[in-house]
Structure formats: C-alpha cells, structure tokens
Design a protein around this ligand. Structure first.
Ligand code: HEM
Length: 749
C-alpha cells in the first residue's frame, strides 16, 4: 500500500515538475491576443506608446504582450525598471536590442552599431572615449554655439529683421506657405474661421514699430485657412520660387584648420548629393532639405518690396499690397505679409497694414523642423567642429526622419522589410537611398576625423575622442566600417532627442499660457526677456543664468516627464533566465522599461496627464545650488514626498528657488507609486547605457527655450485643433514627436 502511495507521490511530483511551467511568463498579466499574431494589430498604430500606457494602467507595472512569436515584457514599475537598466550585481543579463532601430538609421551595410548593443567590447571603448567629450568643460564650450543657433531661430521667426543668410528663415517660410482650403478674400474675417479666431484670440501686445513679426504670416494673420496637418502640402511646395543665385556664404568665421580639413569634403559631398542644387533648381522642395543650412546656394535673393528693407526672401509682393488670396496668387510676391493685428486689426486690414501693424501680429510657424535643423547644426559644430554651411543638414534631418519612421515600423512588424519590398518596392527604394545618403555623410565625417590626424589626449572634442578609439581586440584604430555606424548613432542621438524635447516643451507652454507667462516673468527678473514695446533685444542668457531659472527648468522636466522623447530607446533582450520583478523570464524575451509608461502611469504619478511644472519645484531648496553647467542628472533616486500639484499650468504661489541637481534628480517626488530603489523619472534612461549627452542636451533645451520665450509669446495654431488633437497626432518614431510638425502662433513681445 505504502509503496503504491509512494509511487503515486513520485509520479505526482514528476508530473508537477514536468508540467509546471519552467518560467513565469504565463503568469505575467497582459492583454489577450490572437493565437498567431499576438498583439501585433494593437501595436500597429503609430502612437503605440499610448496603447502601452493604457495597458500599463490596466495591468500594472509589469505586463506582457506578443508580437507574433516574440514576447515583450513592458516594465513601468520604477524599481524593476532600474534593475533592468542598471548595472552591478543586481542588474540582469541582457543585451540592447536598440540596434533594430539604429542599424537602419546609422548605416546601410547591416553592420551593428555597437554603441547601441551592450554586448561588445567596442561599445565600452566608444562609450569611454565619448564620455570625456561630454564633460562639463565641453558643455561650456558648446554653449556659445547653442546660443548662436537659438538666436538665429528666434530671428527667423521675425524675418523683417532677419538676415537672409539665416538658415532657418527659409525653412520656416517654406513651411508656412499653406495652400488655402478655399480662396479667401482679404476681408474674410468670419468668426467661424479658425484662423481669424486665432488672430482674434491672441493677447494684445505692445507694438514695436521696428519689429515686424509677421514672417510667414500666413493664414492665421491674414485670414487664409490653413491645412490642419501642419505640413506644407505638395501644392505649397509648387509655389516655392526658385532660389536666387548663390552668394558667398559667410556665417562662420572659424579659422580652425581641422575644421577646414573636413569642411571641403563635406561641402563637396553636399554638392555631389545635390543638396544645394536640388532646391535651387527645382524650387519645389520644402522640408528641411528645402532650407539651406546657411548654404548660400539656397538662399533667396533679397526682397525689393520696400517693406522689409530687402532683408526677407524675395518670394513675394509687399504684404500690404498683396491680396490675401490663394497661395498661387502670391507666387512672385513677398511671403511676408502683415498679419491682422490682434483684436480689431484682422486680416481685413492686412491689405493696408503698415509694417508696424505687421509687427503687432502673431505669425504661424511650423517650428519642429527648424528645431531639428538647428540642433543638428549645434551638434555638428560643437562635437565635430564642422561648419553648418559645409554640412548637408537639411537632407540629413529629412533622411533621418524617413529611416526612423521605417525602423519604428520594422521593430513592431516582423518581416515588414520583406513584405514592403514586395508590395511597396518604391517606398523601400526611397528608404535605401536615404540610408545610402546618410552613410555617405557619416563616411565623410570619418574621413574628416582621419584627415585631421592623430590628436593628443588633451583634445577632448568628440571627433578627436572617436579618432583615438582602438579596437578592443586588435588594438588598432577603428576602421571606417567600424566607426561609421558609431558616428551615425551619435548624430542621431544628438539632435533628434534634444530638438523634440524643445518642441514638446513649447507645446506644453503654448497650451498653458499661465505657465508660459511665469517662465517669462522669471526670465524678465534676470533681465532676459524683452520689454514689451522696447526696440532693444533682451540680454541673451549666459550659461550661469540657466540653473537660476528654476521655473523654466521645472517646465522642461515636466514636459520631459509627459513626453519623454527617448521612449523606445531602452529596449533590452534578456540573455539568460532572468528574474524581472516577481517573474522569472526565459531568455529571448524582450524586456522594455518603457519611459513613456513609467512617466505617465497612474500607478506612479498623481494626475499624470496634467502639465504641472510646480510638482518639480522645491521651495525649500537652497538658493543658488544649481549646476554651473546648466546641466542636471536625470533621476538619481526618489525623494518620496506626498501631495499633489494644483491643476495643470498654474504658476507656483511663491517664487521658485533653484534646486540642486540631486533634488531635481529626485523627480519632484509628489506623486505616489514609489518603490525603494526605483526611479519614476528618467528621461535620459538609467544605468550603464544611459544617455551620455544629457548635460549637453539639457543645456541645449534650456538655452533654446530661454531665447525663444524671451522674445515671443507662443500659442498653439488653432488650426491644429487644440492640445488634445496635437497629443492625438503623437507618433513614436524612435523619438516621440508630433506627426506633421508643431505649428505655433509666435507673437513678438
Ligand atoms: C534632451 C535631450 C536628450 C534626451 C531626452 C536623451 C535621451 C536618451 C535616452 C532615453 C537614451 C537611451 C538609453 C538606453 O538605451 O537606455 C539615450 C542614449 C544616448 N544618448 Fe541621449 N538624449 C538626449 C540628448 C543627447 C545628446 C545631445 C547626445 C549627444 C551626442 C546624446 C547621446 C546619447 C548617446 C551616445 C546614447 C547611447 C548611450 C549608450 O548606448 O551607451 N543624447 N539618450
């Protein structure tokens, strides 16, 4: 008997051992999916991060979904996220699968970029080398460059006063010419027109007779309906005038011989690839590629309309004389038409408005691409010492957007490349062409580095650091095929992120006028904002000003919380059976500490969908303790705390005081959901592969915002349909961005 029971017990134990799942994957909660396709259809949407957040709110800090045969475990639990990303004995063995994105964007050959895969010695060597390039001394060195480009972007919003050599003026013009939905008469001030209501809703402002702010004034100011997608349409492209004849470019006085050595090659490449002539010849391109990166070949001839002192591009007749009719009618006239004054002076008056009246009007600008291009220029100038006019920046930005969107799709849809090759061969060919162009540009940067020769350790510019990297096994300097993808990864990481962080912060501030005013008051308190009505420009910020602007920094943090641009960057694949929270996960599963869910989950934050910069303010912090570099670290722990902020966008009741980097890193600490050792705020990720450029990126973001807010008041272009509609057009394309651009009404102070 007993032997029978023993036998039964034995088989029972055996059965439970055999049938008990070896791993806990089945126990991880998650949405039900199709047996073969899993949840692919649910994540096919371009804003799939929103789907992830919904699931995180529903299933908690660890949930799973599947892409066909590929299981993905999404982590928004702060403590587990740190464990997955971290280093040290408690971190989990994993490799970065970001290469699924980065390969597409960084090279055409299929070689992995090791910067994005933590499983190779080369990554460590590169990271070590690059780290010295992002020292606070180098951030300091980069600041004047970031400031110069920020000032150029600000100038470009105000073309009557902008130098035609300003590379961003042309870009913004190209995009602000929108074809009307229907011909609009000069007096079309229908209250139902979104554009006229836009102008009417703008706050009255001091008029500065010397600054006409109606640049690409377009629709909102002149009563011409605009396309809601925020992009110049093809018909808008068609009305672009051919650019004028080249004039000598002289935007940089750099005499650096190293720079010159590389400049020739890149300049040659730019012309070989037709970056300049394409636009000039056809006059048909818009987008970043349509704007010269201060390349004189793309600059339009000065206007002779008499209203703009010849400073604006000659595309159009004087605004005062131009009928606010269809765009086609404007062809040949000045693009710069005085907009309706706010309030009583509307588009009806645009036919007789003086430049002074024009100054009073807001202008609609699609600012996203100008930000992309300007921060690409900052990157290329500050880190590679290459002049923007020697670099095909507009084309690089455009190609990068194209390949990243495709990479994003390929990450989600297995076999997409194959499928698209069959059903959409031309689209795939365009992507391959973009990859090839990008690879050629990165190759030229490599040649530039080598042409400058070996550099002593004292030269810590990024290009010099990269040039010194040796292969961990052979000890040889990295060859071209090895270094080119690294360069590509750096270029991508260095501008796409910071430019879209600025765009999101502007979006938040444009949607929260009170917070925007508070930020401007703070700037004014340091003499950094333009006095309304005064012709004098405000004092440009210094690096030391940045940490003394706590409310602005809080706005940046809050925007980065709500819209962490690197939302897909931290994808990892576990390589051994691994404990993730309470579950043991088999190798091969993708574990994804998803920043968007971490930053927006109701389990981690109170009122996560509210823009509340005050949740970052620390009235008790010691005054003047900010970082001198204008940088901060992102997420060094949680400070717990409790309480909630007030309704979104309300300024704090008392003046904000600068926070120490550690306090800032603590993440405000007002919402619930903390777990010991966790971080619920890490826009730059965390652990061994966290962002190298965060100090530089933060400096760029704060500088750009300080400059723009000091001279303009921003509102969302009403044709976008309001903040919710803009949020609805978010896409996750490696970085989180607004599909179709960010159209703002910029009103000069
Ligand atoms: C506001 C701007 C920026 C944000 C929000 C941001 C965010 C991020 C994030 C989330 C990651 C992914 C880390 C991971 O995989 O876990 C990352 C990686 C990286 N970022 Fe940034 N970044 C910014 C600006 C920059 C800049 C200006 C540079 C300069 C080149 C830069 C260089 C890098 C590099 C090199 C990596 C890869 C690190 C590695 O793989 O070891 N970033 N960044």
């Amino acid at each position: 008997m007993s032997s029978t029971w023993d036998e039964l017990a034995f088989y029972g134990t055996l059965a439970s051992t055999l049938f008990q799942p070896k791993y806990d994957l089945p126990k991880v909660p998650g949405p039900p999916g199709h047996s073969a396709l899993g949840n692919i259809t649910a994540v096919m949407r371009p804003d799939y991060h929103v789907q992830m957040l919904d699931w995180a709110n529903q299933y908690g800090g660890i949930f799973k979904f599947s892409l066909g045969f590929q299981w993905v475990v999404v982590v928004s639990d702060p403590a587990v996220a740190v464990q997955v990303l971290g280093r040290g004995p408690n971190s989990i063995p994993r490799k970065c699968v970001g290469y699924k994105f980065f390969d597409l964007a960084t090279n055409a050959s299929g070689a992995h970029s090791f910067f994005t895969t933590s499983d190779e010695g080369q990554w460590m060597a590169i990271r070590k080398a690059a780290a010295s390039a992002f020292s606070s001394a180098n951030v300091k060195k980069a600041f004047p460059i970031a400031l110069r480009h920020a000032l150029l972007v600000a100038d470009s919003l105000d073309p009557p006063n902008a130098d035609p050599a300003n590379p961003y003026t042309r870009l913004l013009h190209a995009h602000s010419l929108q074809p009307p939905a229907a011909p609009a008469s000069p007096s079309s001030t229908s209250p139902t027109s979104p554009t006229s209501s836009a102008a009417a809703s703008l706050p009255a402002k001091g008029v500065n007779g010397s600054t006409g702010g109606t640049a690409h004034v377009e629709a909102a100011a002149v009563g011409v309906p605009v396309a809601a997608n925020g992009k110049a349409s093809s018909s808008a492209k068609q009305v672009q005038k051919p650019a004028g004849k080249p004039s000598p470019s002289s935007t940089s006085s750099s005499t650096n011989t190293a720079s010159t050595a590389g400049a020739g090659r890149l300049g040659w490449l730019a012309s070989r690839l037709g970056f300049g002539s394409r636009v000039a010849d056809s006059g048909a391109a818009t987008g970043p590629a349509a704007a010269s990166s201060s390349s004189s070949a793309l600059l339009p001839e000065p206007c002779t309309c008499g209203n703009c002192d010849g400073k604006r591009p000659a595309s159009a007749a004087p605004a005062a004389a131009a009928p606010a009719g269809p765009v086609d009618e404007l062809d040949g006239g000045c693009l710069l038409r005085p907009g309706g004054d706010v309030g009583s002076t509307t588009s009806a008056t645009s036919t007789s408005a003086s430049p002074a009246a024009a100054a009073a009007a807001g202008v609609v600008v699609d600012i996203q691409e100008a930000l992309e291009l300007s921060l690409l220029h900052v990157f290329i100038e500050a880190l590679f010492d290459v002049r923007p006019d020697e670099f095909p920046g507009p084309q690089v930005a455009e190609d990068m957007n194209l390949v990243l969107e495709e990479a994003n799709e390929r990450l989600k849809v297995p076999l997409r490349k194959l499928a698209m090759g069959l059903v959409a061969p031309r689209a795939q060919a365009r992507i391959r062409a973009a990859q090839r162009r990008l690879a050629a540009v990165y190759g030229s940067l490599y040649d530039t580095i080598r042409a400058r020769g070996p550099q002593p350790d004292s030269v810590t510019d990024l290009w010099a650091c990269l040039g010194r990297v040796r292969h961990p096994k052979t000890g040889e300097l990295l060859t071209k095929p090895k270094l080119v993808p690294e360069i590509g990864a750096l270029v991508m990481a260095g501008f796409d992120t910071s430019s879209h962080s600025v765009a999101w912060a502007l979006f938040c501030l444009a949607s929260h006028p009170q917070a925007q005013e508070e930020a401007r008051r703070e700037l004014a308190s340091r003499g950094l904002a333009k006095e309304p009505g005064s012709p004098a420009p405000p004092r440009p910020p210094t690096l030391d000003d940045l940490p003394q602007l706590p409310f602005l920094s809080a706005c940046v943090d809050e925007a980065m919380r709500m819209f962490p641009v690197g939302g897909t960057a931290s994808v990892r694949e576990v390589t051994t059976p691994t404990r993730v929270g309470d579950y043991v996960i088999p190798p091969g599963v993708i574990v994804w500490p998803m920043l968007y869910a971490l930053h927006n989950s109701v389990h981690n934050w109170q009122a996560p969908d509210q823009f509340q910069p005050e949740r970052w303010l620390d009235p008790g912090a010691e005054s003047g303790s900010g970082s001198g570099s204008g940088s901060g670290t992102a997420g060094e722990g949680m400070d717990g705390g409790s309480g909630s902020g007030s309704e979104g966008g309300q300024p704090p009741s008392q003046p904000a005081t600068p926070r120490s980097p550690a306090r800032r890193a603590a993440g405000g600490g007002r919402a619930g959901g903390e777990r010991e050792g966790g971080k619920r705020f890490m826009p730059f990720s965390d652990g061994m592969k966290s962002c190298l450029g965060q100090a530089l990126g933060l400096m760029e973001v704060r500088t750009m915002l300080a400059v723009l807010l000091s001279r303009y008041r921003f509102a969302l272009d009403p044709s976008l349909g309001g903040p919710e509609a803009v949020r609805g057009s978010m896409i996750m394309s490696l970085t989180l961005k607004i599909k179709g651009g960010l159209r703002l009404v910029a009103t000069p102070l």
